[in-house]
Write a protein that binds this ligand. Structure first.
Ligand code: PLP
Length: 446
């Protein structure tokens, strides 16, 4: 008798089509059926192999099928996998201790949950608990904090930024409307026509003015991705985040860093350290569990945390398998100097993209910190008009044909994201860059 995996992995093309009718896919970029991966490469059901520049929703730092993650997960499975959050476990003690030890000095208490959206909501609960009279939150233009009924309200997907409302429009009557959005320091296309330095100052001024004049009552928290991801790979300048910290202190609002995409990917464990700004709460998710679902919030010592009154209760908030995977990943990152590799490979990709931009004026802006890399594509250098959606889709499709999975995004859909697993090697980077260049060649020069 074949094993279960042998049976499901021999599903025929006809069956795939038939079974597919039972699957609802709520979003994301469409792709082939993937069957097996190793390192940075993954193979589809037709046997075609790709270098993955998306790390599957940017969520796998050690790549596919990492042997040591598999081993630690197998080992933990022989103890148990899931434990109700009311019981303590050794994996949870250890992961909380480790994340706190790496975090900025005063951020020391950790709560776990299952996904990024619910972790952002947990951070909002902490803010509301500590600012009981405040119900509003401030987020940035182009922010993305999730697709739950609360976090969608904080995100660009609920706005007309893309020229039309996204599918979130169906839920608009019930999404959280207590978010006020302020301009983001998008220096490549400064909303106020400034240069990068004054752009950051202008955006900080807008935040201060909004706190003063644009919100009814006090603000509970300001939620910021230090480097915006989904909205367009837009890094906040350091001076901006430093000013935001001062403004939050001045108005008594908590500063919440959504580090769900930046954790490790920028070549530092925490963006707070990269920027030299200590927020009140840090939220982690995505790759935290090396491909297993887990998210975390880490809060400042002076804050009142969650207590045992059903304040923050999730069936799978204490998953030992995800926790040991997260711990093992940190151990490997530290042991193998993976943050160093992240910084080096990221800088190399950016330098190569800069060289390519001399041949392809469509590469308008290269925004890179570590392996958090976005290329903003344009029609031409004079107008900086965003590249059309058709062309962006064509680049992705030609890339797929040639063997790379590129990320696309930004609310204008003209962003190409090159965010491979952090273990990507020099020769793999060279290979993916060659394929990328051949892709641009085919799309723009033929
Ligand atoms: C910065 C950021 N915050 C929050 C989220 C939401 O996380 P999840 O999809 O795990 O709910 C995402 C997901 O893309 C994200 O990129």
């Amino acid at each position: 008798m074949d094993s279960l995996l042998e049976r499901i992995y021999s599903t025929s093309a006809d069956q795939m089509e038939e079974f597919g009718r039972h699957v609802m896919v709520g979003g994301g970029t469409p792709g082939p059926c993937l069957v097996k991966g190793k390192g940075v490469r993954v193979t589809d059901s037709n046997g075609k192999s790709y270098i993955d520049c998306t790390s599957q929703s940017w969520a796998m730092y050690l790549g596919y099928a990492h042997d040591e993650i598999r081993q630690v997960v197998n080992e933990q499975m022989s103890y148990f996998s899931h434990i109700h959050q009311g019981f303590h476990t050794m994996p949870r003690y250890s992961l909380a201790q480790k994340l706190a030890s790496l975090a900025p000095k005063h951020l020391n208490r950790v709560s776990f949950t299952v996904g990024g959206g619910s972790a952002i909501e947990a951070a909002m609960k902490i803010a509301m608990k500590n600012k009981p009279e405040a119900k509003h939150f401030i987020t940035l233009w182009d922010a993305y904090h999730g697709s739950t009924l609360t976090t969608a309200g904080a995100s660009w997907t609920a706005t007309q930024a893309s020229g039309q409302f996204t599918g979130v429009k169906h839920f608009m009557h019930n999404i959280n409307s207590n978010f006020i959005r302020v301009p983001n320091p998008y220096c490549y296309r400064c909303h106020f026509g400034h240069n990068p330095e004054t752009c950051a100052q202008q955006c900080a001024d807008m935040l201060r003015k909004t706190m003063e004049m644009g919100v009814n009552g006090p603000v509970a928290g300001v939620i910021i991705e230090p480097i915006q991801a989904s909205g367009g790979q837009i890094p906040c300048p350091k001076s901006y985040l430093q000013k935001v910290r001062e403004i939050c202190d001045e108005f008594g609002a908590l500063l919440i860093f959504d580090e769900i995409q930046t954790y490790c990917r920028i070549g530092e464990f925490y963006a707070a350290d990269y920027y030299g700004v200590e927020p009140d709460i840090i939220v982690l998710g995505k790759a935290l569990g090396a491909g297993f679902p887990i998210a975390a919030i880490i809060i400042h010592d002076r804050l009142q945390g969650f207590e045992m009154h059903a304040e923050e209760l999730h069936t799978f908030a204490n998953n030992s398998v995800s926790q040991v995977a997260a711990l093992k990943q940190i151990e490997i990152i530290e042991r193998d100097n993976i943050l160093d590799n992240t910084r080096k490979m990221g800088a190399y990709i950016a330098e190569s993209a800069r060289a390519m931009s001399k041949r392809f004026e469509q590469i308008g802006d290269i925004r890179q910190i570590g392996l958090h890399i976005g290329l903003e594509m344009i029609e031409d250098a004079d107008t900086k008009r965003p590249l059309s959606l058709e062309k962006a889709v064509q680049i992705r499709n030609v890339g797929l044909e040639k063997g790379i999975i590129l990320g696309t995004g930004g609310y204008r859909k003209n962003l190409l994201k090159i965010k491979p697993p952090l273990v990507v090697k020099q020769e793999e980077v060279d290979e993916l860059l060659n394929i990328f260049e051949a892709t641009l060649e085919q799309v723009f020069h033929k």
